[in-house]
Design a protein around this ligand. Sequence first.
Ligand SMILES: [Zn+2]
Length: 260
Amino acid sequence: MIELLANLQPLILVGMLILMYGIENMRPYLQKAPNQKQHDLRNAGMSLISFVINGLLGLGVLVSVEWTAANQFGILNQITLPNWVEIILGVLLIDLGSYGMHNLSHRIPLLWRFHRVHHSDPNLNATSSLRFHPFEVVLTQGIYQAAAVVLFGISMPTFIIYGCIALPLIILQHSNVKWPDWIEQPTRYIFATPGWHKIHHSDDRPLTDSHFGDVFTFWDRIFGTWRPTRPEDIQYGLTEFKEDSKQSIGYQMMLPFRKN
Ligand SMILES: [Zn+2]
């Protein structure tokens, strides 16, 4: 079952991207980008770079999962728990770590320089989901994940199950869709829904620096980093990079190294 899930992960990711791209183009929630084709192609280019690097790094992370199991290293390997409890705790720990890493990416100026590539998209849609600078992919999806696996003692089933929850959810969060309130409101007590995460893409810095949770919302609630705002009341992107000339792949790849 776990092996099947692992093999299906790339298919789930691509299938979800195609599905959400189709839905948001048929029934867009907020206004589409005026130059949508160019916007989507640029994001697709940046996503492809991230996807390839992520795939290569994934092999390294899998080695760290195997090493952790073989050496019984990390927090969860020090206690005996039923399998299902260990999986739930492992999923929570990875997500808490991601929350911390994401929060730091906003607070540490050097990390923010790279993370700005994801935030500078002025028109959020499914193609924004994987728009990251390659160096950020190396840091947060490679080095961080490998370290978190070892520190927390994450098992292979837990790692794969977390991926199967997080990846489709990340695509959902960025898609230009709106869930009906009767689904959105109760779900966001636990999960970072599309309406919840979009607030994180506001160009208003106090809102940008909120809603850090990848999968669960309770980290933001516990640490007081959430704001009661509606996506339709915000403007996406970063004010200093909204000009079309600053949205090209070349500009975005050099963005972390620019003076401003
Ligand atoms: Zn962010």
